[in-house]
Design a protein around this ligand. Structure first.
Ligand code: SAH
Length: 556
């Protein structure tokens, strides 16, 4: 029985939701918390207290005996955001109860016991099937014992704890092969096999799966590594194949007959050519999804199966860190930084996020002006199969590292872009809403772009009446460009046009200056600043710079 203890209105409402979800399992205890808890303690094997952790701890303290006899205790906070497994995590099942409570209430489950909280540290994020001594190896990892690690190929794994290496009593083996395991070994199954499937109309899912298992057995391969089924388009709706894919939880890829017909296979057949227009379905489809055939075509009465191995591809995440403040780094950027085993970037940006990186992450920092080396380091690491994050401030694709990296990246790696809040957006948000209508972003750095080109673009923006955002506006060595740029704009818009300078947006020492085109003093601007100059319609309203969207109903 699960006892529900609530004293506030919100607590009672949440308790009622649990009672409604699990009517046969729950009992609600009313009255003062202390008495209710004492009664529930002796009558229940699990308690859910809609009370603060502190209050619950004080109430249960005199009742605690041992983890073998005490009930599981879960606390839920007043707004129902968190469910906390307080005592009895393993022995009494509080961790499991906590997860169930969180599910029903839409709360976040907080579990702090070591193994439940971490599993195989880092590796759990992959979602790969694991077999063998999971508890023992997890324990060894948590205790900081050396754990051996071998993999058939380099997979883009998250960082492994620093104690994971060549040797150790406990081992992690990454392979799709059936290998002998002992009581100290975990086998992780990478998604490395593509199963090509052909079938006659009316084949059963059982027949497909039985033949697939036979092919796996012949190849000495594990079902846990099957990443996908593949077939010809004409068979994409064949019930037995669809059902087999569903049963295994595999995606089903279908390829046009013409594409399959072009793939070289060891065992082409006339029958398939006549039926679906390609001499091979199983082998060709396996090779369309995978890279090398490892089990040639096998046949049963109505099905054919072949297996190909999919080589791992490295992963390059291009991650924008935003303008500065931590809460302007997107949660996805943080997730990608923790997913990567190699993080590449400018030292000063890496310093901003070092604390979120997992132990064991290789950090390859470099100084200003080494853009090409950073880009090539990141791509080379990804080519070697690693999970790499290349970071940049703002957005990694805006005057930053994404384009030099992608310019030298091939089709052999996966690329993931994580957008960031740019300096331009950050500055605009501080100034008001200057980007409410068409705008142009122009870098005034003539290190990589000839000044004539920059000047032509400024002129075009001036003539086109664009709001203009200037990046890299002024440095010690480049001190005249901003003045020249403002002069060009001044030839096309009135001196009173609103303009803003934002230095160190969303960083310590942030400075926001609102002024006009005529009064903007370039001396107030440096490389840590963004300058925004309004268009004809831009105005100041209540001390804020706004560019109207121009809707007819807009009060002018
Ligand atoms: N990738 C970055 C831009 C890098 S270029 C982005 O998307 O924002 C470097 C220029 O960006 C600087 O010279 C400056 O003009 C601007 N900049 C970057 N961060 C800034 C900040 N926090 N405040 C003001 N300007 C910033």
């Amino acid at each position: 029985m699960i006892g529900l203890i609530a004293i506030t209105m919100a607590g009672r409402a949440a308790a009622a939701r649990l009672a409604a979800a699990w009517p046969a399992e729950t009992r609600t205890y009313d009255g003062p918390a202390r008495q209710a808890l004492q009664r529930a303690w002796t009558q229940c094997d699990g308690l859910v207290c809609f009370l603060a952790v502190g209050a619950t701890t004080r109430l249960i303290a005199p009742l605690l005996d041992s983890k073998w006899f005490d009930p599981a205790v879960v606390c839920v906070d007043e707004p129902g955001r968190y469910a906390v497994a307080l005592v009895g995590g393993h022995a009494a099942g509080a961790n499991a109860l906590c997860a169930r409570v969180a599910d029903v209430l839409g709360a976040q489950a907080i579990v702090t016991t070591a193994t439940d909280a971490t599993g195989l540290p880092g590796l759990d994020t992959l979602g790969w099937p694991a077999e063998g001594a999971i508890a023992q190896v997890s324990r060894a990892l948590l205790d900081g014992e050396p754990v051996g690690f071998t993999a058939d190929e380099t997979w883009p794994l998250p960082p492994l704890p620093v104690t994971v290496g060549e040797a150790g009593l406990h081992r992690i083996v990454v392979t799709d092969r059936i290998v002998p395991v002992d009581e100290n070994t975990v086998v992780l199954r990478p998604p490395s096999l593509a199963a090509g499937i052909g079938a006659s109309r009316g084949v059963s899912a059982e027949e497909v799966l039985a033949l697939l298992d036979e092919a796996l057995a012949v190849g000495g391969l594990s079902r846990g590594s099957v990443a996908a089924l593949a077939t010809v388009e004409a068979k994409a709706g064949e019930e037995g194949i669809v059902e087999a894919a569903r049963a295994g939880g595999w995606p089903l890829h279908a390829y046009p007959a013409g594409q399959l017909a072009e793939i070289d296979v060891p065992n082409p057949g006339e029958a398939a050519l006549a039926a679906v227009g390609t001499p091979s379905v199983a082998e060709a489809a396996a090779l369309a999804r995978g890279d090398v055939l490892v089990v040639p075509k096998r046949k049963s009465a109505m099905a054919t199966v072949a297996l190909a191995r999919i080589h791992p591809r490295g992963r390059l995440a291009l991650v924008g860190l935003g303008p500065g403040d931590r809460d302007l780094v997107t949660p996805r950027a943080i997730e990608e930084l923790r997913r990567a085993s190699v993080v590449v970037g400018l030292d000063q940006y890496l310093d901003q996020v070092r604390d979120v990186l997992r132990p064991g992450t290789r950090v390859l920092g470099s100084g200003l002006g080494e853009e090409e080396r950073r880009a090539s380091t990141a791509v080379t690491q990804a080519r070697q199969g690693h999970a790499v994050a290349l970071v940049g401030s703002g957005d990694a694709g805006v005057y930053a590292m994404a384009s030099p990296a992608l310019a030298i990246a091939g089709t052999d790696i996966d690329v993931v872009g994580v957008p960031g809040v740019t300096a331009g957006l950050a500055a605009a948000a501080l100034l008001g809403a200057p980007l409410g209508h068409d705008h142009a972003i122009i870098s005034l750095s003539d290190l990589h772009t000839p000044w004539e080109v920059i000047e032509r673009r400024i002129r075009a923006a001036a003539e086109g009446d664009f709001v203009v955002v200037f990046y890299n506006p002024r440095s010690a060595d480049r001190d005249w460009q901003l003045g020249a740029a403002l002069e060009i704009l001044a030839g096309h818009r009135p001196p009173g046009t609103p303009a803003g300078v934002v230095r160190d947006a969303f960083r310590d020492g942030q400075r926001v200056l609102l002024t006009t085109l005529a009064e903007l003093d370039p001396a107030a601007v440096d490389m840590r600043s963004v300058v925004i100059v309004g268009a004809a319609s831009t105005r100041m309203v209540a001390g804020r710079m706004i560019t109207p969207r121009g809707y007819k109903w807009h009060p002018s």
